[in-house]
Design a binder for this molecule. Sequence first.
Ligand code: NAI
Length: 246
Amino acid sequence: MRLKDKIAIITGGGRGIGEATCLRFAEEGAKVVVVDKNGSDVNTVVEKIKKAGGEAIGKEIDVTNRQQVDKMIGDIVSKYGRIDIFINNAGITADAKLEKMTEQQWDQVIDVNLKGVFNCAQGAAKIMKEQNGGVLLNTSSVVGIYGNFGQTNYAASKWGVIGMTKTWAKELGKYNIRVNAVAPGFTLTAMVKKMPEKVLTKIRDKSPLKKLAQPIDMANAFLFLASDEARFITGTVLSVDGGVVL
Ligand code: NAI
């Protein structure tokens, strides 16, 4: 087992990439904390992990709410005494072309994808610094690297995630904390399933591998970066996108 008894907190763990990562980490022996704003999804994932013989607890919180984040981190430290791995995976889209994007759409996406990541990372880093070690992983996107039609807010947030990842790698390395990001390509989750089939076909055709990713592909990338096999990797962005260039 590659994560035996590691305490791993995963935001947006209720479905999609986050769910796959929770299940994969539990298989590898981690004690998983499933964090999501959707309580019934949290319970479903916790039950799935327990049924498969793993260990998990759930926390229904909104990552944009600082008090809820701080309380969640405090609860986990009281229960387990440490946080070994924290994955900032919760993220949203609210698409529109530049001239049509509303201030509300901009604020919503920036709030979850940037402030939510900041809130969680600040809380987790404090604990990891005290325990002199930990792994902080963020979720960027192929869209953060290349930009994408109709995604001004999302592209800005995901490029911002890369900047935060590199900054925190520099600030936290001396405390034995590694910070990296995964930049997923288009992955078959609820987020992508709401895109028009025409657009998805175009993306598939452009990709050297001629297919979209599955959530497990991202889970395996997170697993590698979280494991000791990646002990000399920090400040990097691992593109897991099937070679697609938007
Ligand atoms: P999803 O929409 O299937 O799942 C996201 C989860 O995050 C949901 O369970 C949702 O309830 C939770 N969430 C959203 N806002 C939250 C908040 N404020 N507080 C707590 N939980 C919250 O999304 P998916 O596709 O699994 O994406 C996961 C991450 O991967 C996101 O950061 C997304 O931007 C990123 N990503 C996804 C890609 C894709 O093609 N699906 C491509 C590139 C990046």
